[in-house]
Design a protein around this ligand. Structure first.
Ligand SMILES: NC(=O)c1ccc[n+]([C@@H]2O[C@H](COP(=O)([O-])OP(=O)(O)OC[C@H]3O[C@@H](n4cnc5c(N)ncnc54)[C@H](OP(=O)(O)O)[C@@H]3O)[C@@H](O)[C@H]2O)c1
Length: 254
């Protein structure tokens, strides 16, 4: 049985608490929250502490607070030489206080408190400062996910940038598409099957091969008509930049 303490009460901490509570070979010993009431819907009061001094003994401590608070929180832990990991995509392992054995338990998914996620499908990116700690971290990860990777801090940095492109930027494209629909009295729902199919297609084709549209076809008249249609300078600039990027990726010129 693996004993785990979660430190934090936000989006990721709450998903981890629910997930570990349902895992067969994991005991969620306790959770730390600055404001205990934030976790009362998930845990009995005696399993929540708002004092670092009150944190109980465990095999693994998972700090899931805002990126900027990770170093400070790790420094306040009143014990040494225990395995302490954080869940950030963009904070290096060295940001954790060296008085404890350090590691990373980064779930590569987008989490919001009130949106359920099938945790078994969430890729878990693991790193441990000491090789001897890796098996324990891996054992914990495999209890809750079928998708476990060893990823260094350097790799994690690039992975996080890649994630911004495929998730945050793709979602922003949905926002712009939604704007255009709204401005023209078209329901955004009409685009949802296209969005789904675009995402599904990369299960069977590399993204470069899956690309369709006027840019990759180099349909200059259609591109010119679209640019003419777009009156908003921001959308026009994004359209032009992405068209160029698609054509560069596919070895063509605008
Ligand atoms: N959300 C995602 O999609 C996602 C995905 C992968 C990884 N991550 C990473 O997971 C971590 C947590 O992200 P999140 O989205 O769960 O954040 P969040 O919902 O904003 O929650 C942040 C938590 O940090 C606590 N906190 C902030 N400063 C603190 C301090 N000085 N001392 C103690 N607690 C403090 C907050 O406490 P209060 O509520 O009291 O303010 C809150 O519980 C981050 O490192 C993030 O990069 C997030």
């Amino acid at each position: 049985m693996l004993n785990v303490v979660i430190i934090g009460s936000g989006n990721v901490a709450q998903h981890l608490i629910s997930t570990f509570q349902n895992a067969a070979n994991v005991t969620l010993v306790q959770a730390y929250a600055r404001q205990e009431e934030k976790l009362l819907h998930l845990l009995p009061a005696d399993k929540i502490t708002n004092s670092f001094a009150g944190i109980k003994e465990a095999d693994i401590y998972i700090i899931s607070v805002t990126d900027d608070a990770i170093a400070g929180v790790s420094a306040q832990l009143p014990f040494e030489n225990r395995l302490v990991v954080h869940t950030s995509g963009s904070v290096s392992l060295e940001q954790l206080d060296p008085k404890n054995r350090r590691g990373v338990f980064y779930p590569l998914q987008t989490f919001s408190k009130n949106k359920a996620v099938h945790f078994t499908t969430v890729p878990l990116c693991l790193e441990s400062e000491s090789e001897s700690d890796y098996p324990l971290l891996e054992q914990l990860a495999k209890e809750v996910s079928h998708s476990v990777y060893s990823i260094s801090s350097e790799q994690r940095k690039s992975l996080h940038v890649a994630a911004v492109f495929v998730s945050n930027f793709a979602n922003h494209m949905y926002t712009l598409g939604n704007d255009i629909c709204t401005e023209n009295n078209i329901p955004f729902e009409i685009l949802k099957p296209l969005i789904q199919e675009t995402a599904n297609k990369i299960e069977s084709l590399p993204p470069l091969q899956a690309q369709t549209g006027p840019a990759v076809r180099n349909d200059r008249q259609t591109i010119a008509k679209h640019l003419d249609f777009l009156t908003d300078g921001n959308k026009k600039a994004i359209y032009t930049l992405l068209t160029q990027s698609i054509q560069n990726s596919n070895g063509q010129k605008l």
